[in-house]
Design a protein around this ligand. Structure first.
Ligand SMILES: *Cc1c(COP(=O)(O)O)cnc(C)c1O
Length: 396
């Protein structure tokens, strides 16, 4: 063999006796075939076979299979982000003339996608009160093909009655599909498919990745036809995921149980201790009776992850930003679910159309990480100390 050829052809080594606990990262664009006939017949390999790197390698299939088991589904489809998980479901279900219903507390880019992409293409959307429950039936006319739920809402934490919404959707003659953004709960706390939803979506970016260093989304279904529609859309758009990202998600998944359990305990503890704090108007945490949907949380979930929100007493922007700058342990930033605790002020009123948001104070979203809880608590104390110094005349 010529040296140039030798450079290109990797030698086959003995793998006998090699066994590792790590999931190998299989990268590929080209998939090679043992002979001409199998190449000609590659279409018959279907969505579960290997035909081209874009459509999956053993690394991506491992993550898909693991999420499928956790959700009690039949197949999982991976996409490059949590937002893509939402949009790919919508694109696979909705045709011009159809309508999707989304909750008023939806992850804001979902509403933007409906308004800026779907609506100009003849697909309507309606926004409903997240606490509507069985009342969703009144909004479901012949054009509605999909009801979207996000429980709890990732900023304002209302817990939705998913079983009641599913029952109303399935009671319609044609059977309306229900998709659930389950990112807050993860399949460890809530399994939407077991409650009748058709699509269980996760932003793997958050608790599965768990280290603020990857972007990935997943959609788990119990119906192969729904999987096929989503795979056809991805194929058409040329969208796939990187095996490196999937390998990181597989590693994150191994510690997710212990991370989420710890973060849930600390978030519940902090939420209780923050009730009645002089600078706090309301604490929005599903585990507190004051949170809309708390009884549903008790019935369907019973455990928490690490994300919750505070509605602060009114304070001007300068004081808010001075208070945030006083933080030494918490980082300031969006996204969440990583090892570092985060705070992010969120604007709510501008994103509400079906329900009124009357609080005048800012909403502060808190994501609990893995730092020492006492140090985190003291750090929040520093933030509140700055807010408490604001003269009341400014706090209007
Ligand atoms: C972050 C988030 C998303 C989007 O996930 P990305 O991977 O950042 O696109 C979707 N839904 C919820 C509830 C989220 O918190």
């Amino acid at each position: 063999m010529h040296d140039l050829t030798r450079c290109v052809h990797h030698p086959v080594v003995d793998e006998e006796g090699y066994a590792s606990l790590a999931v190998p990262t299989h990268r590929a664009s080209t998939i090679v075939y043992p002979d001409g006939a199998s190449f000609m017949a590659r279409k018959h390999r279907g969505f579960d076979g290997y035909t081209y790197g874009l459509h999956g390698t053993p690394t991506t299939r491992t993550l898909e299979a693991q999420l499928t088991e956790l959700h009690g589904g039949v197949r999982t489809v991976l996409v490059p982000s949590g937002q893509a998980a939402v949009t790919i479901v919508m694109l696979s279900v909705l045709m011009p003339g159809d309508k999707v219903l989304i909750p008023d507390h939806a992850y804001p880019p979902v509403r933007s996608f409906c308004a800026d992409y779907l609506e100009p293409r003849g697909i309507a959307y309606g926004v409903y009160d997240p606490m509507i429950g069985a009342g969703i039936a009144d909004l479901i006319d012949e054009t509605v093909k999909l009801v979207w739920v996000e429980s709890p809402g990732s900023n304002t934490m209302e817990v939705q009655d998913v079983p009641a919404i599913v029952a109303a959707a399935k009671a319609k003659a044609k059977g309306v599909l229900v998709g659930c953004d389950n990112t807050w709960a993860t399949p460890l706390i809530f399994k939407p498919l077991a409650h009748g939803a058709d699509f269980a979506c996760e932003a793997l970016t958050k608790y599965v990745g768990g280290h603020s260093d990857l972007l990935l989304g997943s959609i788990t279904v119990k119906d192969l036809v729904l999987r096929q529609k989503m795979k056809e859309i991805l194929r058409g758009f040329g969208i796939g995921v990187s095996p490196d990202e999937c390998q990181l998600a597989l590693r994150g998944l191994e510690t997710m149980g212990i991370r989420v359990a710890h973060m849930g305990r600390i978030s519940e503890d902090f939420a209780r201790r923050l009730m009645g704090h002089p600078t706090v108007e309301r604490v929005l945490h599903p585990a507190l009776p004051s949170c809309p949907g708390h009884e549903i949380w008790k019935r369907d979930m019973g455990r928490s992850s690490g994300l919750f929100s505070l509605v602060l007493k009114p304070v001007d922007e300068a004081a808010m930003s001075a208070a945030l700058s006083a933080l030494r342990v918490f980082a300031i930033g969006a996204s969440w679910g990583g090892t570092r605790s985060l705070v992010a002020p969120q604007a709510v009123a501008q994103d509400r159309t079906a329900t009124a948001w009357t609080d005048r104070g800012p909403l502060l979203r808190i994501s609990i990480g893995l730092e020492d809880p006492d140090e985190l608590w003291a750090d929040l104390g520093g933030l509140f100390a700055v807010l408490a110094q604001v003269p009341t005349s400014q706090a209007a």
